[in-house]
Every structure is written in structure tokens, then in C-alpha cells.
Design a protein around this ligand. Structure first.
Ligand code: CP
Ligand code: NVA
Length: 319
């Protein structure tokens, strides 16, 4: 926990900001959001009503499917005293070609915040540039920062610390890998990933993470061998082999990723008290075996729950 004066300074700094990626947030700002998420979780469980967003409205633009993100933002906004509007791309004029800029300018006249789940990350950036209210990235092909924030909250709750831990990510160099890696590099967490050839993380994201890691004293290892990546890990993370938008590559990805399954043999190389994590939805029998994802090390539903608390923290802080 940060001292009260520091927390106040951070709160003032966050007001009105967008939340497009952990890349734009300092380590102390990320820690502030995690601490706030833990406090809001405590309040909710204690039955304390906390409604700083009374009378405010959040627009939620979705171009892809969602269970956790949609429900946790909608419920979170309700709990904070406001309301949320689900705006499926197919139901708004954006789906018929209205520009992102016109959409952003229009929605800003009604709403107090906008979240967007989309394909190209440039859509998120363009929406944020044109909107006059805070914009939150609810997943793009490049990143999924809301999930990573909830995941680092989960790790802190389970392990009691963040700095000095090792997170191993096995699988596709996708949005999830990027956000976890950037988060680790800011929070002083050693991050090691293993991906097959052709499915490595984006070089620019890796460079950014390595620059942050130099400051925080962490290490970023982008590897090929899953065993090497998982060696001594406190956290073992994986995600689907074919993300939303890549479904037609499913068959060739199954071949490419066949040695990248998180299974009982592989997790033997992690620390004995490792946590297994997955952002969900999962494909049991592909990227992870049933025994691991439904086993005693798995914290997948704590992660899912913490989406609610972490996103309430983001909304309370920036809106
Ligand atoms: N993890 C996650 O973002 O889940 P949804 O796709 O269900 O929102
Ligand atoms: N990488 C996955 C995450 C889903 C929450 C996808 O983009 O489909």
C-alpha cells in the first residue's frame, strides 16, 4: 500500500486518463490500481456501498465475443453507481462504415467513458484520440491490459508479493503475452516465454518490455523451449492457440503448437507451489490438460473474478 499523500497524488494523476495499455502506466500507477482493486473487493465483500460514478454512463463497443469482459464491466459500472450500454458493432452505425472519429465524437457527447474490444489496435488508439472522455482497451489484437491487471492482482493476493517472482508464459505470442510481459517488466517480475517458430511475440513489444525491465531490475527471456521457460516459475500461464480472428488457422496452429501444451509433465519443472493461470476461454486438451487447469494449482476463476474488481478500480480512477 502506498502512503495516503502518495495515493492522493496518484489519484489526481489518473483522473481523465485513457487505459489503452500498461505501457502508458508507471509501476507505481499500476500498483495504485491493484491496491485500489483489492480495496474495492474488500468493500464489496463487506457489503459497503461505494458509488463514485453515480449518474455516469459507460459505452461498451464490442467487435468480438465476450463473456467475462462484458459482464464484469457492466456489473462493475452498476456497483459503482453508474450504468453501462452494450454497443455491438453490428448494431451501431460503425458496422455500416461510420468512422471511428465520428463515433467517438458523438458518443463523447453522451457518455463518461468508452470501452472498446476490437481487432486492430489502431482502432483503440484512434477512438481514444477522437473521444473527449476516457477510453479503455477491452482487448485488441495487440494487448489485453485489463486482464493483465486482474492477473497481477491475483498473483499479489496469492503470493503476497510481485517483485522477484517469475512468470512463465507458454504458447502464442499474442495480446495476452504482450500485456503480461509489459506488466512484468514494469513490476520487477522476471518474465520468460516459449513460443514455436513463427508465433513469437511482437519485436517492438519485446523491446519496450526490455527497456522497462532495465529500470525495474527484471528480466525478459523470449525462448523456444517450454521447459527452459517454465524452469523455477512461480506462475505458469497459457492462452488459446488460435485467438479470436485467427480461427481459420486452427488446424495449422494445432500442428505448430503440439509441443507447447501445459501438461502434468511440463509443470514438474515449475516451483512446487506454482500457480496455473489462463485468461479464459480455454480449450482443454489443447493448450492445457484438464488435470492442470482443473487441478489444485489453478486460480482461473480468481482471475475471472478479479476482472470485476480491477476494472472497477480503473473506472473509479479515470472516470
Ligand atoms: N478473458 C476474457 O477477456 O474473457 P472474455 O473474452 O470472455 O471477455
Ligand atoms: N488471446 C485471446 C484472449 C481472449 C480473452 C483472444 O484474443 O482471443
Amino acid at each position: 500500500m502506498q502512503p495516503a499523500a502518495k495515493a492522493e497524488e496518484l489519484a489526481a494523476r489518473l483522473k481523465g486518463r485513457d487505459f489503452l495499455g500498461l505501457v502508458d502506466y508507471s509501476s507505481e500507477e499500476i500498483r495504485y490500481l491493484i491496491d485500489l482493486a483489492i480495496e474495492l473487493k474488500r468493500k464489496l465483500k463487506a457489503g459497503e456501498v461505494y458509488q463514485p460514478l453515480k449518474g455516469k454512463s459507460l459505452g461498451m463497443i464490442f467487435e468480438k465475443s465476450s463473456t467475462r469482459t462484458r459482464v464484469s464491466f457492466e456489473v462493475g459500472m452498476y456497483q459503482l453507481g453508474g450504468q453501462a450500454l452494450f454497443l455491438s458493432r453490428n448494431d451501431i452505425q460503425m458496422g455500416r462504415g461510420e468512422t471511428i472519429r465520428d463515433t467517438a465524437m458523438t458518443l463523447s457527447r453522451y457518455l463518461d467513458g468508452i470501452i472498446i474490444r476490437t481487432f486492430g489496435h489502431r482502432n483503440v488508439v484512434e477512438l481514444a484520440r477522437s473521444a473527449t472522455v476516457p477510453v479503455i482497451n477491452a482487448l485488441s489484437d495487440q494487448s489485453h491490459p485489463c486482464q493483465a491487471l486482474a492477473d497481477y492482482q491475483t498473483i499479489l493476493e496469492k503470493k503476497g508479493r510481485l517483485e522477484g517472482l517469475k512468470v512463465a508464459y507458454i504458447g502464442d505470442g499474442n495480446n495476452m503475452l504482450h500485456s503480461l510481459m509489459i506488466g512484468a517488466s514494469k513490476l520487477g517480475i522476471h518474465f520468460a516465454s516459449a513460443s514455436p517458430e513463427g508465433y513469437e511475440p511482437d519485436a517492438e513489444q519485446v523491446k519496450l518490455a526490455r527497456d522497462f525491465a532495465r529500470e525495474s531490475g527484471s528480466r525478459i527471456d523470449i525462448l523456444r523451449d517450454p521447459r527452459e521457460a517454465i524452469e523455477g516459475a512461480d506462475v505458469v500461464y497459457t492462452d488459446v492457440w488460435a485467438s479470436m480472428g485467427f480461427e481459420e488457422e486452427q488446424k495449422e496452429r494445432e500442428r505448430a503448437f503440439q509441443n507447447y501444451q501445459v501438461n502434468e509433465q511440463l509443470v514438474q519443472y515449475a516451483k512446487p507451489d506454482f500457480l496455473f493461470m489462463h485468461c479464459l476461454p480455454a480449450h482443454r486438451g489443447e493448450e492445457v490438460t484438464e488435470g492442470v487447469i482443473d487441478g489444485p494449482h489453478s486460480v482461473i476463476f480468481d482471475e475471472a473474478e478479479n476482472r470485476l474488481h480491477a476494472q472497477k478500480a480503473i473506472m473509479a480512477a479515470i472516470m
